[in-house]
Every structure is written in C-alpha cells, then in structure tokens.
Design a protein around this ligand. Structure first.
Ligand code: PEP
Ligand code: MG
Length: 584
C-alpha cells in the first residue's frame, strides 16, 4: 500500500527503483581451528574488537540528541547490552579456548546459537531481535578486521540504511545504486557533501524508513524535497517523470553557461573556485572554468586507509592536483581529521568526550608535528609544478598561524636545500570556522595571506548546533542574524586589509544564498563543481549594486523570517530584465 515517508533532501535528483535494506551482517566464516599456543593471542584479538565496538556504540549514543535519542537510542542501548551479555562473551571465550577456534569462527557459532534461541520464540517482536544480534556480531566481525561494516548495493536499486559513511557512498555509487535513504544523518554531513558531489540522490533523516520499507519494495525518492514514497501510485510516477524531465531541462540550460563568465548583471566579475577532492572533480572544475581549486580537503587521503600516507604518495596526489588545474591556483588544506571525520590510522584521538571541540584540524597537526611536516614537505614539493596556497583548518588564534608559518618557512628551506623546485611564494591562509577566529581577525589578519570562511563549522560553533544532528532541525542554519553579522565583519575586515576571502562551506554552493553573500560583500565562492553552474547562473542574475545598497536592511533582520523576506525581495528583483548597461 502506498505510503509517504519524509526525510530531508540532502542531494538532489529523483530515483525510481527497488529498495535494498542494508543486509544484516551475515557471517560466512568457515570452521577454522588454531594451535593451542595461539589461544591467548586470539582471546586478546576478540576482546580488543569488543572494546572497539563498545567505544563505537558509546560514541554513537553520545551523538544522539532530542527525539532521536529515544528512537534510535533504544536500539543502541540494546546493542550495548548485548555486547555485555555474559552468555555471548563467555560463549565466545569458551569456543576460542576449547575449539580451539579462530575468533571469527567463534563469532559465527555464537551467532547461530543465539539466533536459534530467538527463532524459536513465539513473540514476533522478540524473533525480529535476531537483526540486532546480527548487527552487533557484524560490528564485532568488522572490528576484528579493523574495517568498517561493509555495504553491498546492487545496480538499479535504492539503498536504505540507518546511516552511510562517506566511503560507503562512493562504493554504492560505483555499484550502480540509484539513490540512498537513511534514517539518521544530516544534509550538512560529509556523506551529504559527498553525495552531492557524486550526483547521487540522498534523503537523510527518514526516521521510519527501516521500519516501513522492506527489501524489494518499489520506492520513489526525491532527493530535493526529501520525500520517499513506498509503492508509488500513478501520480507519484508522473511526478517522478516530471522531475527527471525538469532535471534534464535545467542541466541543458546550465550546460550553456560552461563557457560564460561569472559576472553580475552590472558587470562585476566574481571568482568561483572549486572544492575538489577527486580527479573527476578536478577535471570538472577545469572544464567549467573554475578560477582554481579553493578547497582541497587532504583528509580524504587519510580517511580511506589504515596507514598514514607517506610523503611521496601525498606529493603525487598534490602534484597531480596542481597539474590537473594547468596553472590555475590550487588551495591545499592541511589535514582536518577529528570530530566527525574519524580516521582509521589512529591519528585522531579516540574517545574524546566532545570531539567537535577536541583535538581536530590544526590542533592535531601542531601536536603531531612529524606527520604535519611530512604533509607540508609534500605540499611544498608540489608547488614546484604550479601555484599552490596552503590553508589551515580550525584556526582559533594568532599563535596557531604564527606557529605554522614558522614551521612552513623551515620546511620550505629544507625542501629547497634538498634540491627540489618550489614556488617562489606559498601563500598561507586560515579557515575562518571558529567564531573566535572571526572575532579576533583584526588581530591576526596581518599574519595570513588569504582567508576562507568555513560556514559549515562556523554555523555549528556559533549557534552551538551540531552540523550532523538531524534532531536539531532548522536550528542549524546559516540564515541566522548572528551568522550574517559575523560574515559581514569578516568580509569587511578582509576587504579593509586587502586580503582575499572566499566562502568554502556549503552555503556558497546554495544558489538561494547567492544574493545574500554578494550583499554582504563576498567576491569569491568556493564550491563543489556539481553546483558551480547553478551558482554562476544565480550570480549572473544579480545586480551587485542594488544588493549592496540593501545590505544594511539585511543586517537589520531580526530572525530567519526577516532574512527570508529579504531574500524573497532580492529574488523578485533578479527576475527583472537586466539593465542595458550590464556588460556580462
Ligand atoms: C566548513 O567547515 O565549512 C568547511 C568547508 O570545512 P569542512 O566541511 O571540511 O569541515
Ligand atoms: Mg570545517
């Protein structure tokens, strides 16, 4: 029977296909014995995995707030209880000792024993708890092999899960999955950013998806509005077709803008940089006429692997990025792991009580100077192949900028002494994403060569609203008077001091925010190539003079409704025919 399940649209696009629920972690492990002398080591391996999963669940539980805490928290609590269950643990130990079996096989035997007990229960609710056992056992199995629980998608299907990690998304797309629906997550998460860059429709926060959708159900997913329809009717199918048609029409219109300048109606050129991570992003950025790469998040080199990338492999990645942009400037941001960007290398501190406020970004780099210097050397070597800027994440104070500058100068000297070619200048910039940095900017703007405003984090830290917590709903928004005032202050300081400044958070990729950012004085946007043409289109529809004249009104808005009313008025203005004096 037809059913609507709404979530939040996180990556646009309409998809029609059959559902694939994230499968319970089936364990296909053959019987395998070990030498009696290996028993202690195998027990230690098993208990190490249990500790990892316990910490993982604890972290997940901590992150849940508000309504979600009671809904999803129940499951997590149940899983945590299962992990502490003496029956499970003693059974595992016993199998490893007496088999003596491998930890993997012990897991499989225990899983089958417990599932057997549940299967015989009369109560269908209790019977269905086998899923929970499978999830816990699956997590343990993944932890034994120090990997994330794997995802499996099938071409032409729509993947439905509680959440997906960025690495999973990339894999799902490669497998030909049409769209992803998750019960948790937020449109500002790294998975969402990646989904947009992959053009993979994504709906997050569809809280009922896992309880209402079964494997094989037909779904229509609208990644724009966040609507998921199970067993769609004729109207839904028509609406889906219309969205697909409209999407194609919009793309055709946008394609025409590939070779057009990014110029306002009154003839002012605006710089569009690309946020790029992959070779495809770089090629697309180049083809769409991006001014250069405004944000290259180097953590993606670190997140996918269990070992730290060495200097040469980093150098090759940075050099190829530089070569791909054929002389246009490339902005390489130094490592920003920590918080929601958990790495597998053991670099980020585990179990921080509040990781978003913990040792992430430049804080981690300044503690792990050997790792940081390796990265800086690789970046400096890449600068021999084309213009490179170095960007520092999570800067909160002048001291941090000065410490990095001193380190960078030393590294440049060493790299040159070793006979490598380097650029004459390596501009050093700071991300403005910690409110303290925005407020203290007049005191350290002289220490940087350029700035990039990370609105994703700036909004989170300014509004005390977790960017990944869907339960906060509209509390996390850049459309808040405090955000606009801070942006305006940063832009004004940068302009006064002659320092280039871009916005590289998701706000810059939202065409609806273009008039607002232009009014506040922004002249450089950095965004994923996926929406570059849409933002160019929005900029070309704006009259900068008229918007700047309305900036004071915008800054007087007292709430979100006031800001939206201002935006509506600006949109109405954009629909007016261009002035005959416009040059673009
Ligand atoms: C930001 O915070 O806006 C930003 C661009 O950095 P990231 O999303 O990588 O934290
Ligand atoms: Mg950030």
């Amino acid at each position: 029977m037809r059913q609507d399940l709404s979530g939040h649209g996180a990556s646009r696009g309409s998809a029609l296909g059959r559902a694939r629920i994230r499968l319970p972690h089936a364990l296909d492990v053959a019987e395998e014995r070990i030498d009696p002398g290996q028993v202690d080591a195998e027990l230690a391996r098993m208990h190490g995995a249990i500790d990892i999963v316990r910490a993982e669940m604890h972290r997940l539980r901590e992150r849940l707030q508000g309504a979600l805490a009671s809904e999803i928290g129940e499951f997590l609590d149940l899983h945590a209880l299962l992990l502490d269950d003496p029956e499970l643990l003693q059974g595992l130990d016993g199998l490893i000792r007496t088999g003596p079996y491998t930890a993997d096989y012990a897991l499989r035997v225990q899983r089958d024993r417990i599932a057997g007990v549940f299967r015989d229960m009369d109560d269908p609710y209790l019977r269905s708890r086998i899923d929970d056992i499978d999830q816990v056992i699956g997590r343990l199995h993944a932890a034994l092999h120090r990997r994330e629980a794997e995802v499996q998608g099938i071409a032409g299907e729509i993947f439905v899960a509680d959440n997906v990690a960025p690495a999973d998304l990339a894999q799902l797309q490669a497998q030909g999955v049409l769209a992803v629906v998750t019960t948790a997550g937020s449109a500002l998460s790294h998975s969402a950013i990646l989904a947009r860059s992959l053009h993979l429709p994504l709906v997050v926060g569809a809280a009922q998806a896992l309880t209402k959708i079964n494997d094989g159900d037909v779904l229509v997913v609208d990644g724009g509005s966040g609507l998921v329809v199970r067993d769609p009717g004729p109207d839904d199918l028509r609406a889906h077709r219309a969205r697909v048609r409209e999407g194609k029409r919009e793309r055709r219109e946008l394609i025409r803008l590939r070779r057009e300048p990014t110029r306002t109606r009154d003839g002012v050129d605006i710089k569009l940089w690309a946020n790029a991570e992959s070779r495809e992003d770089v090629a697309e950025a180049h083809a769409l006429g991006a001014a250069g790469v405004g944000l290259y998040r180097t953590e993606f080199l670190f997140l996918g692997s269990r070992t730290l990338p060495d200097e040469d492999s980093q150098f090759r990645a940075y050099r190829d990025l530089v070569l791909g942009m054929t002389g246009r400037t490339v902005t390489i941001r130094t490592l920003d792991v920590g918080a929601d960007k958990a790495d597998n290398t053991g670099l980020a501190l585990a179990d921080e009580p509040n990781p978003a406020l913990g040792v992430r970004g430049v804080r981690l780099s300044l503690r792990r100077t050997a790792v940081f210097e390796t990265q800086l050397r690789a970046i400096v070597r890449a600068s021999g192949y084309g213009p490179v800027r170095v960007l520092l994440p999570m800067i909160a104070s002048r001291e941090e900028v000065l410490a990095v500058r001193a380190l960078l100068e030393r590294v440049v000297g060493e790299v040159r002494a070793a006979g490598h070619a380097t650029a004459e200048q390596l501009p050093l910039g700071a991300m403005i994403e910690v409110p303290a940095a925005a407020l203290a900017l007049p005191g350290f703007v002289d220490a940087v060569d350029f700035l990039s405003i990370g609105t994703n984090d700036l909004v989170q830290y300014l509004l005390a609203a977790d960017r990944n917590n869907e339960a906060l709903g509209t509390l996390y928004t850049p459309l808040h008077p405090a955000v606009l005032r801070l942006l305006h202050e940063v832009l004004t300081t940068a302009e006064r001091c002659g320092k280039p400044v871009a916005v590289c958070g998701e706000m810059a990729a939202d065409p609806a925010c273009v008039p607002l950012l232009l009014a506040l004085g922004l002249g450089e946007f950095s965004l994923h190539p996926a929406t570059l043409l849409e933002v160019r289109q929005a900029i070309r529809a704006c009259d900068l003079d008229a918007l700047r004249a309305r900036a004071a009104l915008l800054l007087r808005a007292r709430d979100r409704a006031g800001i939206e009313a201002w935006l509506d008025a600006a949109q109405a203005d954009m629909r007016q025919p261009p002035s005959p004096l416009a040059r673009g």
